[in-house]
Design a protein around this ligand. Structure first.
Ligand code: LLP
Length: 427
């Protein structure tokens, strides 16, 4: 039997020319559940998590899965069962974690625009920490907590002003970004926070950006964080934990990010050298835990060869896979059944009425209408960013564990989409 894995995709391989995820032929899933369809490998998620766990062995660390990357209940459950905490950015995300059996005390709540209602609900649930992003938010949280007779556990997000060398829309730790407290105001902000009776200062956090494929921005950010911790503690405010924000980038198309355990060996060496080796640590990885564990399966609808370009129209679109349209992102596209070498190159596009609805430019593919393709590295920031644009139903999702494939989200129906709408009253 022939077996060939795809670069960067250890849980997806061709077995006898059929693309399989773990032990499940993806064509079987398409036949049973239709397209577009997301499939996720449980082993893929757990092995990504294991790389972080190996890196932290013997240290006090809480890994909080940044569930904005993929917030489906079945995915959250996998990480909750593996002992992860969660980084949430809305009451909706917190509600999902609790519904999936996650523990409230392992939730951290990030984001620049938490409402009073969100703060109240999170305090009521007993979450572990609020990552506060502005001085104004500190005052509001203090008031909300005092009104409830509680003290809110807080960490302050600082802006380390480090260039993560990634797409501008997903770089978050530079001076011009909306996130975090500017470097020069940090000590003052901690002193203010420590004086507010409704707050309990626990930690410090930052997040410099996403899809970072080098170690150096993390090492720079850690150095600046440690400088700040020293300055804050010298001003009399103890810092119990250091949270370095999101995780590593992934291999979409030949990128070579460091492995999580290798990066953390370097970061821990820095912490040790500066005397912070025993500090409680936190990280909030999203993309790297789920990105390469997922694929989006789609059917080829039409071929439109043309003078300038050849178009391959598929049934997945920018509402299912928004990353190419939003960030010019590259996702590999491969056939579910291996065919002879392609002789033509295609613009792979979806059915939505916008020229921005493309999934891949200039892809060598040999496929006919009715054939199926897999869009790879689609586990992160695809389903969680999907929409109903063009009144398209959201895709179904399946979680694969060995030979077993379980539907974790059914395909939406038009009735589901219209459920909360009302026709006008007769006049
Ligand atoms: N923590 C915070 C505060 C964040 O803002 C983010 C991501 C993360 C953690 C997780 O970062 P990760 O480990 O996934 O790099 N939609 C974009 C990515 C937006 C990332 C926003 N923040 C994309 O599809 O590339």
């Amino acid at each position: 039997m022939s077996h060939s894995t795809l670069p960067g995709q250890p849980f997806i391989a061709y077995q006898n020319a059929e693309l399989c995820m773990e032990d499940v032929p993806l064509a079987d899933l398409v036949q049973q559940h239709g397209t577009p369809l997301f499939a996720y490998s449980k082993a893929g998620m757990l092995s990504a998590l294991a790389a972080y766990q190996r890196g932290f062995a013997g240290r006090q660390v809480q890994i909080c899965y940044a569930m904005k990357a993929n917030s489906s209940l079945g995915v959250i459950q996998v990480f909750a069962q593996a002992g992860c905490g969660f980084d949430v950015v809305s009451l909706g995300e917190m509600t999902r974690v609790l519904a999936a059996g996650g523990q409230p005390e392992r939730i951290i709540f990030s984001g620049v625009g938490k409402t009073r209602a969100e703060m109240r609900a999170a305090l009521q649930a007993g979450i572990g920490c609020f990552n506060v992003e502005s001085e104004a938010e500190l005052d509001v949280l203090n008031q909300v907590a005092l009104d409830m007779g509680l003290r809110a556990p807080v960490s302050i997000r600082v802006n380390p002003n480090v260039d993560p060398q990634t797409h501008p829309y997903i770089s978050t730790g530079l001076k011009g970004n909306k996130f975090g407290i500017a470097h020069e105001r940090v000590v003052h902000t901690y002193q203010r926070a420590a004086a507010l009776p409704g707050l309990q200062v626990l930690g410090i956090d930052c997040h410099i950006g996403s899809q970072i494929t080098q170690a150096s921005p993390y090492l720079d950010a850690m150095d600046r964080m440690l400088d700040l911790v020293q300055a804050i503690e010298a001003a009399g405010v103890p810092i119990a934990h250091i949270d370095l924000g999101g995780g590593l980038g992934i291999d979409y198309h030949g990128e070579t990010p460091p492995a999580a355990d290798q990066l953390w060996a370097q970061l821990l060496a820095k912490l040790d050298a500066r005397g912070f080796g025993q500090r409680h640590l936190m990280i909030e990885p999203g993309r790297s835990l789920v990105g390469n564990a997922g694929v989006c399966l789609t059917e080829v609808l039409y071929l439109k060869p043309g003078e300038q370009k050849n178009f391959m129209v598929v049934d997945a679109a920018m509402n299912d896979l928004p990353r190419p349209a939003m960030y010019q992102a590259y996702h590999q596209i491969v056939p579910l059944r291996q065919r002879p070498e392609p002789t033509q190159s295609w613009e792979v596009v979806g059915p939505i009425c916008e020229s921005g609805d493309w999934i891949g430019h200039d892809r060598a593919l040999n496929a006919q209408p009715g054939d199926h393709l897999a869009v790879l590295s689609a586990g992160a920031y695809c389903m969680s960013m999907s929409s109903n644009y063009n009144t398209r139903n959201r895709a179904a999702e399946v979680l694969i564990d060995g030979k077993r494939a379980q539907v974790i989200r059914e395909r939406e129906s038009y009735t589901d989409q219209m459920r909360l709408e009302h026709l006008l009253d007769a006049s």
